[in-house]
Design a protein around this ligand. Sequence first.
Ligand SMILES: NC(=O)c1ccc[n+]([C@@H]2O[C@H](COP(=O)([O-])OP(=O)(O)OC[C@H]3O[C@@H](n4cnc5c(N)ncnc54)[C@H](O)[C@@H]3O)[C@@H](O)[C@H]2O)c1
Length: 334
Amino acid sequence: MTPSTRIGLLGAGFIARRHIGILSGFPDVQVVALADPDTGRARELAGPLGAHVYADDHELLEREALDALYICVPPFAHGGPELAAAGRGLPFFVEKPLATDLATAERVAAEVAARGLITSVGYHWRSLDTVERAAELLAANPARLALGYWLDSTPPPAWWVKEAESGGQMVEQTTHIFDLARFLVGEVVAVSATGSRLDRASFPGADVQDVTAATLHFASGAIGTVASTCLLNWPHRIGLHLYAEGLALELSEFELMVDVGRGRPVQRAEGDPFVREDRAFIDAVQGKPNVIRAPYAEALKTHRLTLAAARSAREGGRLIRFTEVRNEPEAVHD
Ligand SMILES: NC(=O)c1ccc[n+]([C@@H]2O[C@H](COP(=O)([O-])OP(=O)(O)OC[C@H]3O[C@@H](n4cnc5c(N)ncnc54)[C@H](O)[C@@H]3O)[C@@H](O)[C@H]2O)c1
């Protein structure tokens, strides 16, 4: 029998609960320890697992013999945990976004590359069967126009509405759609964006833009727009619509609509993409073939794109171009 893969997990919030639910269903995985400064929260999740609880990642990494680490902390808390894991040669799964800035993510990426570390980032849309189907349809008939949306409510964590703590909606949330656009349409060579905000009585102290619109220029010549808002009280539209010659696709997290002019047939997404991304990471850690869809270096390209969009929106819609090789912002063009 395969010995259990021993997992430690940082952050005991919403997304940690989801990964724990999945990991504890794998017969060859054991979540052995959790760390969260809110130890009460960690204890609640750890109890049924018989896992140890710590207040911080240093103590957890010092005391536990792990095979891999899950990093499920808010955007502002990245860098330290990843570098500590990398320093120990410990593979890690980290939730998006990689950080609130570029320097932190680039430093981590350099360590990961230098050590050849197995990593995975929580861009779970890439693991949807409907996304695979869309990629097949677009292989012979590439998308020329992309319209992305994240039109939703304001998420509950207090850190979310603070630009310095979350990075803002495009960096924190719509990053899934920017990533999907890169995955299905290709690299982006330039981006510009605009955004604004209103004071809202229900969110005192909030400083994130509550409406943004980004324009994407793809290397292929395709173009796109990505609109985001957190002003609603429900998830109104979250997805990516793609247009090619004689082909219109509408992708959400739950279904794919393929329009070739004969009605609007819908394919429901089958299976759980979170299960697929967790299984792919565990398999790679166990030495099985590595089919991880979003390793750290790949996610870094999406992070550069969303940060550039957010910067453009702060700076009045300036066009920011990327160098083709590293997808890095060039000198800023007016
Ligand atoms: N892939 C997805 O679809 C998806 C969905 C939800 C959230 N997320 C991402 O997961 C991350 C966490 O989101 P959440 O909704 O779980 O937030 P949350 O606020 O519910 O939980 C975060 C937890 O991390 C803890 N924490 C803060 N600093 C820490 C540190 N240094 N070490 C350990 N724990 C620390 C907090 O005390 C909190 O309990 C965010 O980046 C978010 O974007 C991804």
